[in-house]
Design a protein around this ligand. Structure first.
Ligand SMILES: [Zn+2]
Length: 87
């Protein structure tokens, strides 16, 4: 077992969930990033949440880059999420 996997097991799901957005924004230390990555890869509870938030963030970012009027942004985010197979 490597060190990252050990660190991942030490993190609680609550801690991972609280840092999920920072993780997705890559605002954590490299050690924390790899610890959370290790936890996510082995946790059936956190991974679906991570997967959803990652898809959501990607959809929001793609809409922001296109920079449509605000009224269209929500619709585009929802369309992008549906394209990812999310509700
Ligand atoms: Zn977890």
């Amino acid at each position: 077992m490597n060190e990252d996997a050990t660190m991942g097991k030490m993190l609680s799901c609550d801690k991972v969930m609280r840092q999920l957005w920072d993780y997705l924004d890559e605002e954590l230390t490299p050690e924390r990033m790899s610890a959370i990555a290790a936890h996510l890869s082995g946790c059936n509870r956190c991974f679906p949440q991570y997967d959803f938030e990652r898809a959501f963030l990607r959809a929001v970012r793609s809409v922001r880059e296109e920079n449509p009027p605000p009224a269209q942004q929500r619709e585009r985010v929802m369309a992008a999420l549906r394209a990812n197979g999310l509700p």
